[in-house]
Design a protein around this ligand. Structure first.
Ligand code: COA
Length: 168
């Protein structure tokens, strides 16, 4: 048991924006852990569409359905240091397809090298979400496609506002 007796896991990523696939992974993790800390990487080398503040707000709105069992935060620096600072010893990652494996394997082993007491746990999203990625959703939204099956309603509105101005 960790600090305050809570079993807590940190879910890191860029979340640009959060998708139904991420929500699915969070829901599964909450069957195993008391709390999920969704940790948005502030030092990401990706060029995000949404600002950190926007990503945090969209994630908070979208995760409200989990009744306070998910905390949305922003982190900088090494992930393993952040995990420790949260009183956790587990990292959550979604594994969608074989193509994710090599990168995830490298990250998990590097994180283990950096902090041997922290474990990475992989959960697979529902099969209908295995082909989702934030990039593909942004492309669909940019080209005027319907993203309602892939993202929460607030994210759909935000995507529409970014690319086309106004509500969908
Ligand atoms: N449903 C839908 N999409 C999903 C998904 C799911 N369940 N799981 C992952 N994805 C998508 C993301 O949307 C993202 O799509 P995109 O590339 O089109 O934007 C892609 O899969 C992978 O992104 P993400 O899961 O956000 O990971 P990342 O590669 O952007 O983030 C960090 C990696 C932030 C976790 C990693 O760089 C890190 O830990 N950085 C901190 C510094 C550090 O410690 N570095 C050493 C690590 S060894």
């Amino acid at each position: 048991m960790k600090a305050e007796g809570l079993r807590r896991i940190v879910y890191p990523g860029t979340f640009d924006p959060v998708t139904n696939g991420h929500l699915d992974v969070v829901g599964r993790a909450l069957q195993l852990f008391d709390e999920v800390v969704l940790a948005i990487a502030g030092d990401s080398t990706k060029k995000p569409l949404f600002s950190l503040e926007e990503r945090k707000q969209l994630a908070e709105e979208s995760l409200a359905e989990f009744n306070g069992r998910v905390r949305v935060t922003v982190f900088r620096g090494l992930l393993v240091d952040y995990v420790r600072s949260q009183g956790a010893n587990a990292i959550l990652r979604g594994l969608r397809a074989v193509s994710d494996f090599e990168f995830e394997f490298q990250m998990a082993l590097m994180n283990r090298k950096l902090a041997d007491s922290i474990e990475t746990i992989f959960l697979m999203p529902r099969d209908t979400y295995t082909y989702l990625s934030s990039s593909i959703i942004k492309e669909i939204a940019r080209l005027g496609g319907d993203t309602s099956a892939f993202v929460p309603p607030g994210v759909q509105t935000a995507l529409h506002e970014k690319f086309h101005g106004g509500k969908p």
